[in-house]
Design a protein around this ligand. Structure first.
Ligand code: HEC
Ligand code: HEC
Ligand code: HEC
Ligand code: HEC
Ligand code: HEC
Ligand code: HEC
Ligand code: HEC
Ligand code: HEC
Length: 353
């Protein structure tokens, strides 16, 4: 090898090392520049993919150069923060698809600096947002160097983040959720918004995050797959009952409980991502046409499937789940009743009384 060639190889190695450094080590790179900028985004990286609705942000702010931080999502102002520490942290709740997040630093009512970034929330319940678009990627926060965060946050999981929770006795136990559990959870200081929806799943409500998230796996905080491996650890009754039924629903057969249920919290009863009718017609689009039940077999107007009272389930609205079991059943078409033909089914609501 002649000297020039060796020099070129050395130059190549230096460039390669630099590019690895710049692309992977965003913490130290950003911190090295932080002195010259009004603010830097320490987390998240641009074009990150999330599965659910919450994403956390952490900024390093030069308090002399900035007196107000505004956060816009798709041009709408969502937050306005008066920074009082060098690291300002906040969370955003995003809808499925791409969101444009703009962070604007102000001083004396003038814009000093802004950063524009994108986040993609993937969703199995939406044909448009099922696939991750080019340029976006998942990023495992807990696999990176988090020492910059550890200055203020506890990060090392403890035994207390895993508590034995039994669905059978849960309701009877008188948990004072916020007081007892949130304050002792390692996860709470950064993930508190994850339980902020009105219907909170039992183990998430008491911050037993490590009931599902593994600390021993290769990927920190991975969950067991398919979902049934994780869900049936506690929902033993359902496992036994459903597996004894003759027919099971497609997504359940595939072990995909979290296609319908949030493991953390949601806006709908049973922690469903959508109300039952919208959830079902999301995949069975044609059943939402108004022609279902009667229109399928007879040439009639169809049968109501919502906006009426369910005659058999007190206090509930008529929905797809009035006639169908979402998980498993011993009857054709996953009927929710002990019936074997259409007419027996009709009589459940129309002639029995
Ligand atoms: C200088 C101290 C400090 C550092 C360093 C710091 N944080 Fe924070 N962070 C806080 C404080 C204080 C809160 C508010 C805690 C509370 O209300 O319980 C917070 C809250 C959060 C929240 C929740 C925000 C919300 O309102 O939902 C997230 C997410 C977060 N931090 C992420 C991070 C990450 C990621 C890092 C490292 C890149 C980091 N923080 C570094 C002080 C810090
Ligand atoms: C210093 C703040 C902080 C603490 C403390 C923290 N997390 Fe996170 N975690 C984050 C941020 C930021 C992300 C990126 C996704 C987001 O913003 O929600 C994340 C992502 C995750 C993910 C997705 C996988 C990944 O690595 O990106 C899981 C699962 C998770 N955290 C679980 C936990 C659990 C369980 C605990 C408590 C034992 C915990 N976290 C404590 C900040 C924190
Ligand atoms: C019942 C099981 C279960 C419990 C309890 C649970 N999680 Fe999760 N969590 C999941 C599943 C399933 C996912 C999706 C993982 C995937 O698809 O890789 C997830 C994903 C996450 C993510 C990533 C979200 C995203 O948008 O990508 C974070 C952050 C997280 N969990 C934090 C927590 C925290 C904090 C707690 C405690 C309050 C908690 N989890 C409790 C099952 C659970
Ligand atoms: C660590 C134990 C545990 C695991 C694992 C677990 N759950 Fe639960 N689940 C509970 C508890 C406890 C309740 C609360 C029961 C209550 O409110 O009476 C609950 C309640 C529910 C409910 C609401 C039931 C109702 O009547 O409102 C649904 C739906 C649910 N879980 C689905 C799931 C799914 C889907 C998974 C897997 C992603 C899962 N669970 C994993 C413990 C668990
Ligand atoms: C197709 C969507 C869907 C899937 C997939 C699904 N569920 Fe459900 N689940 C529902 C609906 C809808 C309800 C509420 C039914 C009602 O209104 O009575 C429910 C109710 C529940 C309940 C409370 C009532 C009960 O029957 O015990 C639990 C627990 C539950 N699901 C757990 C699971 C588990 C575990 C899985 C995975 C094996 C799963 N679900 C998969 C839609 C689904
Ligand atoms: C994530 C997509 C998805 C959602 C959400 C969903 N389903 Fe399904 N459903 C399927 C798949 C996949 C099959 C199996 C394919 C087939 O047999 O056509 C199926 C089959 C069915 C069947 C036919 C069973 C048979 O043997 O004829 C019924 C009835 C049904 N679903 C009702 C519902 C109801 C009620 C809901 C709402 C609680 C719902 N589905 C939500 C995907 C979904
Ligand atoms: C009043 C009772 C009732 C309600 C409410 C109802 N269904 Fe059905 N469903 C039936 C009957 C009866 C059949 C069988 C139809 C047949 O054999 O022609 C059926 C069959 C199905 C099938 C399987 C057959 C096929 O064509 O693929 C699916 C899927 C289905 N329903 C989904 C839904 C969804 C989604 C909703 C809510 C929008 C819903 N159903 C509401 C009674 C009902
Ligand atoms: C889970 C209960 C339930 C089942 C099962 C059921 N229905 Fe209905 N049905 C209703 C309700 C609720 C209404 C609305 C009544 C009202 O508006 O007062 C209705 C209305 C009707 C109507 C009047 C149409 C209209 O728009 O008001 C007809 C006809 C009808 N059902 C026929 C049937 C037939 C045929 C079957 C069997 C294939 C059947 N129903 C099964 C609950 C049910």
């Amino acid at each position: 090898m002649n000297e020039r060639k060796i020099e070129r190889i050395q130059l190549f190695l230096v460039i390669a090392a630099l590019s690895v450094f710049f692309s992977f080590n965003h913490f130290s790179v950003l911190n090295a520049w932080a002195d010259q900028k009004a603010f830097t985004v320490n987390y998240p990286p641009d074009n990150k993919v999330i599965e659910y609705d919450v994403i956390g942000f952490s900024l390093r702010v030069d308090l002399k150069a900035v007196d107000l931080i505004k956060v816009n999502v798709d041009r709408r102002e969502i937050l306005s923060i008066v920074p009082d520490i060098e690291h300002e942290c906040f969370s955003l709740i995003l809808t499925p698809g791409k969101s444009k997040v703009e962070i604007i630093a102000m001083k004396n009512n003038e814009k000093v600096e802004n950063v524009l970034m994108q986040v993609f929330r993937r969703s199995d319940l939406s044909k448009r947002y099922m696939k991750i678009p080019d340029g976006f990627k998942k990023d495992a926060f807990h696999m990176a160097d988090t020492s910059g965060c550890a200055e203020c946050h506890k990060l090392k999981p403890v035994e207390y983040d895993k508590k034995p929770i039994n669905p059978k006795s849960f309701a009877a136990q008188n948990f004072d959720k916020e007081k007892i559990f949130a304050s002792t959870s390692t996860c709470y200081s950064c993930h508190k918004k994850i339980t902020s929806r009105p219907y909170v799943h039992g183990p998430a409500a008491v911050w037993s995050c490590l009931s599902c998230h593994e600390t021993e796996s290769e990927q920190m905080y991975a969950v067991l797959k398919p979902d049934t491996e994780m869900c049936y650890k506690c929902h033993v009754e359902q496992k036994e009952y459903w597996s004894g039924q003759k027919y099971a629903h497609g997504p359940v057969t595939m072990g995909r409980c979290t296609i319908c249920h949030s493991p953390h919290s949601a806006d709908n009863a049973f922690n469903l991502f959508k109300s039952t009718w919208l959830l079902c017609t999301n995949c069975h689009v044609e059943k939402g046409s108004g022609k279902h039940v009667l229109g399928d077999s007879f040439s009639t107007e169809g049968h109501p499937t919502r906006n009426r009272k369910d005659p058999l389930r007190e206090g509930k609205e008529l929905s797809c789940a009035s006639c169908h079991e979402p998980h498993a059943s011993n009857f054709p078409h996953l009927w929710a009743f002990d019936v074997n033909d259409l007419f027996e089914l009709c009589r459940k609501c129309h002639y029995d009384k």
